[in-house]
Design a protein around this ligand. Sequence first.
Ligand code: MLC
Ligand code: AMP
Length: 498
Amino acid sequence: MSGENLYLAFERVFAASAGRTALRSADGATRLSFGDLAEGAARYANALATLGVEPGDRVTVQVEKSPASVLLYLAVLKQGAIYQPLNTAYTAAEVDYFVADAQPKLIVCDTSRQGEMRALADRHKVFAVANLDSKGEGSLASLAASMDDRHETAARTADDLAGLLYTSGTTGRSKGAMISHDNLASNARALVDLWRITADDRLLHALPVFHVHGLYVALNTAFLAGSEIFWFPRFDAGAMIAAMPHATLMMGVPTFYTRLLGHPALTRETAAGMRLFISGSAPLLAETHEAFAARTGHAILERYGMTETGMITSNPYDGPRVPGSVGFALPGVAVRITGSQPGVIEVKGRNVFKGYWRMPEKTREEFTGDGYFITGDVGTMDATGRVSIVGRAKDMIISGGFNVYPKEIEDVLDAFPGISESAVIGVPHPDFGEGVVAVVTASGPLPPEPEIIAAASERLARFKGPKRIFELPELPRNAMGKVQKAELRKLYASCFGN
Ligand code: MLC
Ligand code: AMP
Protein backbone atom coordinates (compact mmCIF):
# COMPACT_ATOMS: atom_id res chain seq x y z
CA MET A 1 0.00 0.00 0.00
CA SER A 2 3.03 2.32 -0.19
CA GLY A 3 1.39 3.84 -3.27
CA GLU A 4 -0.85 5.92 -1.03
CA ASN A 5 1.89 8.12 0.43
CA LEU A 6 1.36 11.57 -1.12
CA TYR A 7 5.12 11.99 -1.31
CA LEU A 8 5.32 9.19 -3.91
CA ALA A 9 3.26 11.32 -6.28
CA PHE A 10 5.65 14.24 -5.71
CA GLU A 11 8.64 11.94 -6.07
CA ARG A 12 7.61 10.91 -9.57
CA VAL A 13 7.43 14.55 -10.64
CA PHE A 14 10.73 15.37 -8.93
CA ALA A 15 12.46 12.47 -10.72
CA ALA A 16 11.03 13.35 -14.12
CA SER A 17 11.99 17.03 -13.77
CA ALA A 18 15.20 16.65 -11.77
CA GLY A 19 17.17 19.36 -13.58
CA ARG A 20 14.44 22.01 -13.70
CA THR A 21 14.06 24.81 -11.16
CA ALA A 22 11.53 23.96 -8.46
CA LEU A 23 11.96 26.83 -6.05
CA ARG A 24 13.70 30.14 -6.40
CA SER A 25 13.83 32.71 -3.62
CA ALA A 26 12.73 36.15 -4.74
CA ASP A 27 16.03 37.69 -3.58
CA GLY A 28 17.94 35.24 -5.79
CA ALA A 29 19.82 33.72 -2.82
CA THR A 30 18.40 30.21 -3.22
CA ARG A 31 17.60 28.10 -6.24
CA LEU A 32 16.57 24.49 -5.79
CA SER A 33 15.94 22.09 -8.65
CA PHE A 34 13.40 19.28 -8.36
CA GLY A 35 16.39 16.96 -7.96
CA ASP A 36 17.52 19.11 -5.01
CA LEU A 37 14.05 18.80 -3.47
CA ALA A 38 14.20 15.01 -3.71
CA GLU A 39 17.70 14.85 -2.26
CA GLY A 40 16.97 17.39 0.45
CA ALA A 41 13.76 15.64 1.47
CA ALA A 42 15.72 12.37 1.77
CA ARG A 43 18.45 13.97 3.89
CA TYR A 44 15.89 15.58 6.19
CA ALA A 45 13.95 12.30 6.40
CA ASN A 46 17.13 10.54 7.48
CA ALA A 47 17.72 13.31 10.03
CA LEU A 48 14.18 12.80 11.39
CA ALA A 49 14.81 9.07 11.69
CA THR A 50 18.08 9.74 13.52
CA LEU A 51 16.14 11.91 15.96
CA GLY A 52 13.83 8.99 16.67
CA VAL A 53 10.88 9.90 14.44
CA GLU A 54 8.97 6.89 13.13
CA PRO A 55 5.95 6.61 10.83
CA GLY A 56 2.84 7.82 12.65
CA ASP A 57 4.77 10.09 15.03
CA ARG A 58 3.84 13.75 15.19
CA VAL A 59 6.45 16.34 14.32
CA THR A 60 5.59 19.80 15.67
CA VAL A 61 7.05 22.57 13.51
CA GLN A 62 7.10 26.24 14.44
CA VAL A 63 9.67 27.81 12.14
CA GLU A 64 9.98 30.83 9.89
CA LYS A 65 9.34 30.32 6.22
CA SER A 66 12.53 29.21 4.44
CA PRO A 67 13.32 26.81 1.59
CA ALA A 68 14.61 24.42 4.27
CA SER A 69 11.17 24.44 5.91
CA VAL A 70 9.81 23.05 2.62
CA LEU A 71 12.35 20.23 2.73
CA LEU A 72 11.25 19.51 6.29
CA TYR A 73 7.59 19.35 5.23
CA LEU A 74 8.46 16.96 2.39
CA ALA A 75 10.64 14.88 4.71
CA VAL A 76 7.87 14.41 7.26
CA LEU A 77 5.57 13.13 4.49
CA LYS A 78 8.30 10.89 3.06
CA GLN A 79 9.09 9.51 6.47
CA GLY A 80 5.43 8.68 7.08
CA ALA A 81 5.21 10.97 10.11
CA ILE A 82 2.48 13.53 10.80
CA TYR A 83 3.23 17.20 10.17
CA GLN A 84 1.91 19.60 12.82
CA PRO A 85 2.70 23.15 11.69
CA LEU A 86 2.16 26.05 14.08
CA ASN A 87 1.79 29.77 13.44
CA THR A 88 5.09 31.46 14.27
CA ALA A 89 3.12 34.15 16.13
CA TYR A 90 1.94 31.68 18.79
CA THR A 91 3.33 32.38 22.24
CA ALA A 92 4.93 29.68 24.40
CA ALA A 93 1.66 29.42 26.38
CA GLU A 94 -0.23 28.69 23.15
CA VAL A 95 2.36 26.19 21.88
CA ASP A 96 2.22 24.42 25.23
CA TYR A 97 -1.37 23.39 24.60
CA PHE A 98 -0.67 22.08 21.10
CA VAL A 99 2.32 20.04 22.23
CA ALA A 100 0.47 18.63 25.23
CA ASP A 101 -2.37 17.57 22.96
CA ALA A 102 -0.45 16.25 19.95
CA GLN A 103 2.33 14.53 21.92
CA PRO A 104 4.95 14.86 19.21
CA LYS A 105 8.17 12.88 19.06
CA LEU A 106 10.06 15.93 17.84
CA ILE A 107 9.65 19.72 18.01
CA VAL A 108 11.38 21.80 15.37
CA CYS A 109 11.52 25.44 16.45
CA ASP A 110 13.20 28.68 15.55
CA THR A 111 16.72 28.95 16.93
CA SER A 112 15.75 32.06 18.92
CA ARG A 113 13.06 30.12 20.79
CA GLN A 114 15.11 27.06 21.64
CA GLY A 115 15.21 27.76 25.38
CA GLU A 116 11.46 28.01 25.90
CA MET A 117 10.79 25.06 23.58
CA ARG A 118 13.24 22.82 25.41
CA ALA A 119 11.53 23.63 28.70
CA LEU A 120 8.19 22.85 27.12
CA ALA A 121 9.53 19.63 25.61
CA ASP A 122 10.81 18.50 29.02
CA ARG A 123 7.45 19.23 30.57
CA HIS A 124 5.63 17.13 27.97
CA LYS A 125 8.27 14.41 27.59
CA VAL A 126 8.96 15.18 23.95
CA PHE A 127 11.83 13.00 22.80
CA ALA A 128 13.79 15.57 20.79
CA VAL A 129 14.02 19.28 19.92
CA ALA A 130 15.83 20.61 16.86
CA ASN A 131 16.01 24.05 15.35
CA LEU A 132 15.87 25.83 12.03
CA ASP A 133 16.11 29.61 11.60
CA SER A 134 14.73 31.96 8.96
CA LYS A 135 17.81 31.37 6.79
CA GLY A 136 17.19 27.63 6.95
CA GLU A 137 20.18 27.08 9.23
CA GLY A 138 20.26 25.37 12.58
CA SER A 139 20.80 22.01 14.23
CA LEU A 140 18.31 20.23 11.97
CA ALA A 141 19.87 21.63 8.80
CA SER A 142 23.34 20.65 10.00
CA LEU A 143 22.22 17.15 10.83
CA ALA A 144 20.44 16.81 7.47
CA ALA A 145 23.55 17.99 5.63
CA SER A 146 25.51 15.09 7.13
CA MET A 147 22.95 12.49 6.07
CA ASP A 148 22.67 10.21 3.06
CA ASP A 149 20.63 11.61 0.15
CA ARG A 150 18.53 8.47 -0.23
CA HIS A 151 15.69 7.40 2.01
CA GLU A 152 12.98 4.91 1.17
CA THR A 153 9.56 6.57 1.24
CA ALA A 154 7.46 5.05 4.03
CA ALA A 155 4.48 2.90 3.17
CA ARG A 156 1.24 4.68 4.03
CA THR A 157 -2.40 3.84 3.41
CA ALA A 158 -4.85 6.37 1.99
CA ASP A 159 -6.34 7.01 5.44
CA ASP A 160 -3.04 7.35 7.28
CA LEU A 161 -2.47 10.83 8.60
CA ALA A 162 -0.19 13.29 6.84
CA GLY A 163 -1.05 16.38 8.88
CA LEU A 164 -2.48 17.52 12.19
CA LEU A 165 -3.65 21.11 11.86
CA TYR A 166 -5.20 22.84 14.83
CA THR A 167 -8.28 24.98 14.50
CA SER A 168 -9.56 26.83 17.51
CA GLY A 169 -13.01 26.08 18.77
CA THR A 170 -15.79 28.62 19.20
CA THR A 171 -16.12 27.19 22.67
CA GLY A 172 -13.47 25.39 24.63
CA ARG A 173 -10.28 23.86 23.41
CA SER A 174 -8.52 23.95 20.09
CA LYS A 175 -8.99 20.82 18.00
CA GLY A 176 -6.46 19.00 15.86
CA ALA A 177 -7.88 18.26 12.42
CA MET A 178 -6.55 14.87 11.26
CA ILE A 179 -5.73 15.13 7.56
CA SER A 180 -4.92 12.01 5.57
CA HIS A 181 -2.68 11.41 2.57
CA ASP A 182 -5.77 10.81 0.46
CA ASN A 183 -7.48 14.02 1.67
CA LEU A 184 -4.47 15.95 0.39
CA ALA A 185 -3.86 13.99 -2.79
CA SER A 186 -7.48 14.06 -3.98
CA ASN A 187 -7.88 17.77 -3.25
CA ALA A 188 -4.60 18.83 -4.86
CA ARG A 189 -5.33 16.79 -8.00
CA ALA A 190 -8.78 18.37 -8.32
CA LEU A 191 -7.25 21.86 -8.03
CA VAL A 192 -4.46 21.17 -10.53
CA ASP A 193 -7.11 20.12 -13.08
CA LEU A 194 -9.55 22.91 -12.30
CA TRP A 195 -7.02 25.72 -12.30
CA ARG A 196 -5.01 24.17 -15.18
CA ILE A 197 -1.77 24.25 -13.23
CA THR A 198 1.15 22.91 -15.28
CA ALA A 199 4.94 22.69 -15.35
CA ASP A 200 4.91 25.98 -17.26
CA ASP A 201 3.50 27.83 -14.26
CA ARG A 202 5.57 29.99 -11.97
CA LEU A 203 3.80 30.56 -8.67
CA LEU A 204 4.24 33.66 -6.50
CA HIS A 205 4.33 32.18 -2.99
CA ALA A 206 4.09 34.73 -0.18
CA LEU A 207 1.66 32.95 2.13
CA PRO A 208 2.75 31.45 5.42
CA VAL A 209 3.33 27.69 5.27
CA PHE A 210 1.66 26.78 8.56
CA HIS A 211 -1.91 26.92 7.22
CA VAL A 212 -3.81 25.02 4.56
CA HIS A 213 -3.63 27.82 1.99
CA GLY A 214 0.14 28.31 1.76
CA LEU A 215 1.01 24.74 2.70
CA TYR A 216 -1.42 22.41 1.01
CA VAL A 217 -3.16 24.47 -1.67
CA ALA A 218 -0.04 26.23 -2.92
CA LEU A 219 2.78 23.73 -2.33
CA ASN A 220 0.96 20.48 -3.06
CA THR A 221 -0.46 21.72 -6.37
CA ALA A 222 2.92 23.12 -7.44
CA PHE A 223 4.68 19.84 -6.59
CA LEU A 224 2.08 17.70 -8.37
CA ALA A 225 2.18 19.86 -11.49
CA GLY A 226 5.94 20.43 -11.43
CA SER A 227 5.50 24.23 -11.36
CA GLU A 228 8.24 26.61 -10.32
CA ILE A 229 7.80 28.45 -7.04
CA PHE A 230 8.91 32.06 -6.50
CA TRP A 231 9.55 32.09 -2.80
CA PHE A 232 8.87 35.14 -0.61
CA PRO A 233 9.56 34.92 3.13
CA ARG A 234 6.48 37.10 3.72
CA PHE A 235 4.07 39.25 1.79
CA ASP A 236 5.50 42.49 0.46
CA ALA A 237 3.44 44.22 -2.24
CA GLY A 238 6.41 45.91 -3.92
CA ALA A 239 8.44 42.70 -4.11
CA MET A 240 5.48 40.75 -5.48
CA ILE A 241 4.81 43.31 -8.19
CA ALA A 242 8.50 43.36 -9.12
CA ALA A 243 8.39 39.56 -9.58
CA MET A 244 5.04 39.51 -11.39
CA PRO A 245 6.45 39.85 -14.93
CA HIS A 246 8.35 36.58 -14.31
CA ALA A 247 5.37 34.68 -12.88
CA THR A 248 2.08 33.23 -14.07
CA LEU A 249 0.11 32.37 -10.95
CA MET A 250 -0.57 33.88 -7.54
CA MET A 251 -2.50 32.63 -4.51
CA GLY A 252 -3.37 35.02 -1.73
CA VAL A 253 -5.76 36.13 0.97
CA PRO A 254 -7.90 39.23 0.25
CA THR A 255 -5.47 41.46 2.20
CA PHE A 256 -2.82 40.64 -0.44
CA TYR A 257 -5.11 42.01 -3.13
CA THR A 258 -6.09 45.19 -1.26
CA ARG A 259 -2.40 45.84 -0.50
CA LEU A 260 -1.44 45.23 -4.15
CA LEU A 261 -4.14 47.69 -5.21
CA GLY A 262 -2.71 50.21 -2.76
CA HIS A 263 0.61 50.08 -4.63
CA PRO A 264 1.00 52.38 -7.64
CA ALA A 265 3.32 49.92 -9.44
CA LEU A 266 0.46 47.45 -9.97
CA THR A 267 -0.56 48.04 -13.57
CA ARG A 268 -2.00 46.19 -16.52
CA GLU A 269 1.55 45.89 -17.90
CA THR A 270 3.11 44.40 -14.74
CA ALA A 271 0.33 41.80 -14.59
CA ALA A 272 0.23 41.15 -18.34
CA GLY A 273 2.11 37.83 -18.18
CA MET A 274 0.04 36.47 -15.32
CA ARG A 275 -2.35 33.65 -16.10
CA LEU A 276 -4.36 33.46 -12.87
CA PHE A 277 -4.89 35.24 -9.56
CA ILE A 278 -6.61 33.16 -6.87
CA SER A 279 -8.09 34.43 -3.59
CA GLY A 280 -9.37 32.58 -0.55
CA SER A 281 -9.37 32.07 3.23
CA ALA A 282 -11.60 35.09 3.80
CA PRO A 283 -14.30 36.92 1.85
CA LEU A 284 -13.05 38.93 -1.11
CA LEU A 285 -15.06 42.13 -1.30
CA ALA A 286 -16.81 42.64 -4.64
CA GLU A 287 -15.24 46.11 -4.78
CA THR A 288 -11.74 44.56 -4.50
CA HIS A 289 -12.57 42.12 -7.30
CA GLU A 290 -13.82 44.97 -9.48
CA ALA A 291 -10.97 47.36 -8.71
CA PHE A 292 -8.43 44.61 -9.47
CA ALA A 293 -10.11 43.82 -12.79
CA ALA A 294 -10.19 47.50 -13.73
CA ARG A 295 -6.50 47.99 -12.85
CA THR A 296 -5.00 44.77 -14.25
CA GLY A 297 -7.56 43.24 -16.59
CA HIS A 298 -7.65 40.08 -14.43
CA ALA A 299 -10.78 38.67 -12.79
CA ILE A 300 -9.60 37.21 -9.48
CA LEU A 301 -10.75 33.60 -9.09
CA GLU A 302 -12.24 33.20 -5.61
CA ARG A 303 -12.45 29.80 -3.96
CA TYR A 304 -13.60 28.60 -0.55
CA GLY A 305 -12.09 26.09 1.83
CA MET A 306 -11.38 25.09 5.38
CA THR A 307 -8.69 23.30 7.34
CA GLU A 308 -11.00 20.34 7.94
CA THR A 309 -12.02 19.98 4.32
CA GLY A 310 -9.33 21.43 2.12
CA MET A 311 -10.88 23.27 -0.80
CA ILE A 312 -14.64 22.95 -1.17
CA THR A 313 -15.77 25.27 -3.98
CA SER A 314 -14.15 27.36 -6.67
CA ASN A 315 -15.21 29.81 -9.30
CA PRO A 316 -14.72 28.33 -12.76
CA TYR A 317 -11.57 28.78 -14.80
CA ASP A 318 -13.45 29.44 -18.03
CA GLY A 319 -16.91 30.53 -16.93
CA PRO A 320 -17.74 33.78 -15.15
CA ARG A 321 -15.89 34.48 -11.90
CA VAL A 322 -18.68 36.20 -10.05
CA PRO A 323 -17.70 38.73 -7.37
CA GLY A 324 -19.22 37.80 -4.02
CA SER A 325 -19.60 34.13 -4.98
CA VAL A 326 -17.23 31.27 -4.19
CA GLY A 327 -18.35 29.22 -7.17
CA PHE A 328 -19.20 25.54 -7.48
CA ALA A 329 -18.37 22.37 -5.55
CA LEU A 330 -15.07 20.88 -6.72
CA PRO A 331 -15.35 17.64 -8.70
CA GLY A 332 -15.81 14.78 -6.23
CA VAL A 333 -17.04 17.10 -3.47
CA ALA A 334 -20.72 17.19 -2.45
CA VAL A 335 -21.97 20.50 -1.04
CA ARG A 336 -25.44 21.26 0.29
CA ILE A 337 -27.24 23.88 2.32
CA THR A 338 -29.37 22.68 5.22
CA GLY A 339 -32.94 23.83 5.68
CA SER A 340 -34.04 27.09 4.15
CA GLN A 341 -31.63 29.43 2.41
CA PRO A 342 -29.43 31.00 3.51
CA GLY A 343 -28.35 28.05 5.64
CA VAL A 344 -25.32 26.25 6.95
CA ILE A 345 -23.02 24.81 4.29
CA GLU A 346 -22.33 21.07 4.61
CA VAL A 347 -19.74 19.09 2.72
CA LYS A 348 -18.85 15.47 2.00
CA GLY A 349 -16.12 13.84 -0.06
CA ARG A 350 -12.60 12.47 -0.12
CA ASN A 351 -11.39 15.93 0.86
CA VAL A 352 -13.08 15.81 4.28
CA PHE A 353 -10.76 15.16 7.23
CA LYS A 354 -10.72 12.07 9.43
CA GLY A 355 -11.98 13.77 12.59
CA TYR A 356 -10.51 15.70 15.49
CA TRP A 357 -7.46 14.26 17.21
CA ARG A 358 -8.53 12.27 20.25
CA MET A 359 -11.93 13.98 20.35
CA PRO A 360 -14.46 11.43 19.04
CA GLU A 361 -17.32 13.27 20.72
CA LYS A 362 -16.46 16.63 19.09
CA THR A 363 -16.03 14.85 15.77
CA ARG A 364 -19.50 13.34 16.02
CA GLU A 365 -21.01 16.73 16.81
CA GLU A 366 -19.58 18.27 13.64
CA PHE A 367 -20.99 15.65 11.25
CA THR A 368 -24.58 15.00 10.21
CA GLY A 369 -26.11 11.53 10.49
CA ASP A 370 -25.47 10.96 6.78
CA GLY A 371 -21.81 11.88 6.95
CA TYR A 372 -21.69 15.55 5.91
CA PHE A 373 -19.28 17.86 7.74
CA ILE A 374 -21.01 20.95 9.13
CA THR A 375 -18.83 23.91 8.15
CA GLY A 376 -20.48 26.60 10.30
CA ASP A 377 -20.43 28.92 7.28
CA VAL A 378 -23.77 30.28 6.16
CA GLY A 379 -24.47 30.50 2.46
CA THR A 380 -26.83 30.22 -0.42
CA MET A 381 -26.77 27.95 -3.46
CA ASP A 382 -28.58 28.77 -6.69
CA ALA A 383 -30.21 26.33 -9.08
CA THR A 384 -26.93 25.88 -10.97
CA GLY A 385 -25.06 24.96 -7.78
CA ARG A 386 -23.25 28.28 -7.42
CA VAL A 387 -22.49 29.03 -3.76
CA SER A 388 -22.25 32.40 -2.03
CA ILE A 389 -21.17 32.82 1.56
CA VAL A 390 -23.31 35.32 3.44
CA GLY A 391 -22.20 34.87 7.03
CA ARG A 392 -21.04 32.50 9.75
CA ALA A 393 -23.00 30.48 12.28
CA LYS A 394 -19.77 30.19 14.28
CA ASP A 395 -18.48 33.05 16.40
CA MET A 396 -15.25 33.58 14.49
CA ILE A 397 -13.38 36.58 13.09
CA ILE A 398 -11.10 36.35 10.04
CA SER A 399 -8.40 39.00 10.22
CA GLY A 400 -6.01 39.13 7.28
CA GLY A 401 -6.79 35.45 6.61
CA PHE A 402 -6.08 34.34 10.19
CA ASN A 403 -8.96 33.01 12.27
CA VAL A 404 -9.56 34.60 15.63
CA TYR A 405 -11.96 33.02 18.11
CA PRO A 406 -13.59 35.68 20.33
CA LYS A 407 -14.03 33.26 23.24
CA GLU A 408 -10.28 32.84 23.58
CA ILE A 409 -9.70 36.62 23.69
CA GLU A 410 -12.65 37.19 26.01
CA ASP A 411 -11.23 34.65 28.49
CA VAL A 412 -7.95 36.57 28.60
CA LEU A 413 -9.65 39.97 28.92
CA ASP A 414 -12.11 38.81 31.58
CA ALA A 415 -9.18 37.82 33.80
CA PHE A 416 -7.73 41.33 33.47
CA PRO A 417 -7.93 43.54 36.59
CA GLY A 418 -10.61 46.19 36.19
CA ILE A 419 -12.52 44.34 33.46
CA SER A 420 -15.85 42.89 34.51
CA GLU A 421 -16.78 41.26 31.22
CA SER A 422 -15.92 41.53 27.57
CA ALA A 423 -17.33 40.85 24.13
CA VAL A 424 -14.94 40.49 21.22
CA ILE A 425 -16.21 41.24 17.73
CA GLY A 426 -14.91 41.66 14.20
CA VAL A 427 -15.71 44.87 12.33
CA PRO A 428 -14.74 46.03 8.83
CA HIS A 429 -11.04 46.85 8.61
CA PRO A 430 -9.51 48.42 5.48
CA ASP A 431 -6.40 46.20 5.55
CA PHE A 432 -7.33 43.00 7.37
CA GLY A 433 -10.94 42.71 6.14
CA GLU A 434 -12.11 42.32 9.70
CA GLY A 435 -10.40 43.92 12.67
CA VAL A 436 -10.60 42.60 16.21
CA VAL A 437 -12.39 44.91 18.67
CA ALA A 438 -13.12 44.30 22.35
CA VAL A 439 -16.04 45.90 24.12
CA VAL A 440 -15.66 45.75 27.89
CA THR A 441 -17.48 46.72 31.04
CA ALA A 442 -15.42 47.89 33.99
CA SER A 443 -15.47 46.61 37.53
CA GLY A 444 -12.99 49.29 38.61
CA PRO A 445 -10.68 51.84 37.05
CA LEU A 446 -9.48 50.64 33.66
CA PRO A 447 -5.87 51.17 32.54
CA PRO A 448 -5.36 53.03 29.23
CA GLU A 449 -6.29 51.17 26.03
CA PRO A 450 -2.67 50.54 24.86
CA GLU A 451 -1.85 48.91 28.17
CA ILE A 452 -4.72 46.44 27.92
CA ILE A 453 -3.78 45.69 24.30
CA ALA A 454 -0.14 45.10 25.28
CA ALA A 455 -1.12 42.86 28.20
CA ALA A 456 -3.36 40.73 25.95
CA SER A 457 -0.53 40.22 23.47
CA GLU A 458 1.72 38.74 26.14
CA ARG A 459 -0.54 35.69 26.27
CA LEU A 460 -1.91 35.64 22.75
CA ALA A 461 -0.38 35.74 19.30
CA ARG A 462 -0.28 39.39 18.23
CA PHE A 463 -2.67 38.99 15.31
CA LYS A 464 -5.39 37.86 17.75
CA GLY A 465 -5.07 40.88 20.01
CA PRO A 466 -7.78 43.55 19.92
CA LYS A 467 -6.77 46.55 17.82
CA ARG A 468 -9.26 48.71 19.74
CA ILE A 469 -10.92 48.48 23.18
CA PHE A 470 -14.19 50.28 23.95
CA GLU A 471 -15.91 50.58 27.28
CA LEU A 472 -19.69 50.45 27.78
CA PRO A 473 -21.63 50.64 31.04
CA GLU A 474 -23.17 47.30 30.12
CA LEU A 475 -23.24 44.88 27.20
CA PRO A 476 -26.46 44.68 25.15
CA ARG A 477 -28.24 41.38 25.82
CA ASN A 478 -31.31 39.67 24.40
CA ALA A 479 -34.15 38.23 26.46
CA MET A 480 -32.14 35.03 26.97
CA GLY A 481 -29.26 37.03 28.46
CA LYS A 482 -27.02 36.40 25.42
CA VAL A 483 -24.73 39.26 24.40
CA GLN A 484 -25.98 40.76 21.15
CA LYS A 485 -22.80 40.94 19.16
CA ALA A 486 -24.66 42.07 16.05
CA GLU A 487 -25.63 45.24 17.94
CA LEU A 488 -22.04 45.82 18.95
CA ARG A 489 -20.81 45.25 15.41
CA LYS A 490 -23.25 47.95 14.23
CA LEU A 491 -22.16 50.33 16.97
CA TYR A 492 -18.47 50.09 16.12
CA ALA A 493 -18.80 49.40 12.38
CA SER A 494 -16.77 52.42 11.35
CA CYS A 495 -14.18 52.49 14.14
CA PHE A 496 -11.39 51.64 11.68
CA GLY A 497 -12.40 54.52 9.47
CA ASN A 498 -14.24 52.57 6.75
C1 MLC B 1 -0.11 40.63 11.19
N1 MLC B 1 -0.75 41.35 12.13
C2 MLC B 1 -2.05 41.11 12.06
C3 MLC B 1 -2.19 40.17 11.03
N2 MLC B 1 -0.99 39.89 10.51
N3 MLC B 1 -3.09 41.57 12.76
C4 MLC B 1 -4.29 41.12 12.44
N4 MLC B 1 -4.50 40.22 11.48
C5 MLC B 1 -3.48 39.73 10.76
N5 MLC B 1 -3.67 38.81 9.80
C6 MLC B 1 -0.23 42.30 13.09
C7 MLC B 1 1.24 42.20 13.34
O1 MLC B 1 1.47 41.35 14.44
C8 MLC B 1 1.60 43.64 13.65
O2 MLC B 1 1.20 43.94 14.94
C9 MLC B 1 0.70 44.44 12.75
O3 MLC B 1 -0.42 43.58 12.51
C10 MLC B 1 1.26 44.87 11.46
O4 MLC B 1 1.88 43.79 10.84
P1 MLC B 1 2.22 43.80 9.28
O5 MLC B 1 3.69 43.86 9.13
O6 MLC B 1 1.41 44.78 8.55
O7 MLC B 1 1.67 42.41 8.92
P2 MLC B 1 2.23 41.48 7.84
O8 MLC B 1 3.40 40.75 8.34
O9 MLC B 1 2.35 42.24 6.58
O10 MLC B 1 1.05 40.41 7.76
C11 MLC B 1 -0.18 40.66 7.21
C12 MLC B 1 -0.57 39.51 6.27
C13 MLC B 1 -0.42 38.21 7.09
C14 MLC B 1 -1.97 39.72 5.80
C15 MLC B 1 0.38 39.49 5.09
O11 MLC B 1 -1.28 38.26 8.21
C16 MLC B 1 -0.66 36.99 6.28
O12 MLC B 1 0.23 36.50 5.60
N6 MLC B 1 -1.90 36.45 6.30
C17 MLC B 1 -2.21 35.23 5.59
C18 MLC B 1 -2.95 34.29 6.49
C19 MLC B 1 -3.17 32.93 5.83
O13 MLC B 1 -2.30 32.34 5.20
N7 MLC B 1 -4.38 32.36 5.96
C20 MLC B 1 -4.72 31.11 5.41
C21 MLC B 1 -5.48 30.28 6.41
S1 MLC B 1 -5.98 28.74 5.66
P3 MLC B 1 2.13 44.63 15.99
O14 MLC B 1 1.23 44.79 17.16
O15 MLC B 1 3.25 43.67 16.19
O16 MLC B 1 2.54 45.93 15.34
C22 MLC B 1 -7.68 28.89 5.48
C23 MLC B 1 -8.36 27.89 4.66
C24 MLC B 1 -8.54 28.45 3.29
O17 MLC B 1 -8.24 29.82 5.93
O18 MLC B 1 -9.66 28.47 2.75
O19 MLC B 1 -7.54 28.89 2.74
P1 AMP C 1 -9.61 27.80 8.59
O1 AMP C 1 -10.29 27.15 9.73
O2 AMP C 1 -8.45 28.65 8.99
O3 AMP C 1 -9.26 26.82 7.57
O4 AMP C 1 -10.63 28.81 7.97
C1 AMP C 1 -11.73 28.35 7.25
C2 AMP C 1 -12.78 29.41 7.17
O5 AMP C 1 -12.33 30.48 6.33
C3 AMP C 1 -14.05 28.93 6.51
O6 AMP C 1 -14.86 28.19 7.39
C4 AMP C 1 -14.66 30.22 6.06
O7 AMP C 1 -15.35 30.84 7.13
C5 AMP C 1 -13.45 31.06 5.70
N1 AMP C 1 -13.22 31.15 4.25
C6 AMP C 1 -12.35 30.47 3.50
N2 AMP C 1 -12.44 30.87 2.20
C7 AMP C 1 -13.40 31.82 2.16
C8 AMP C 1 -13.96 32.61 1.12
N3 AMP C 1 -13.53 32.56 -0.13
N4 AMP C 1 -14.96 33.48 1.45
C9 AMP C 1 -15.40 33.57 2.72
N5 AMP C 1 -14.91 32.86 3.74
C10 AMP C 1 -13.91 31.99 3.47
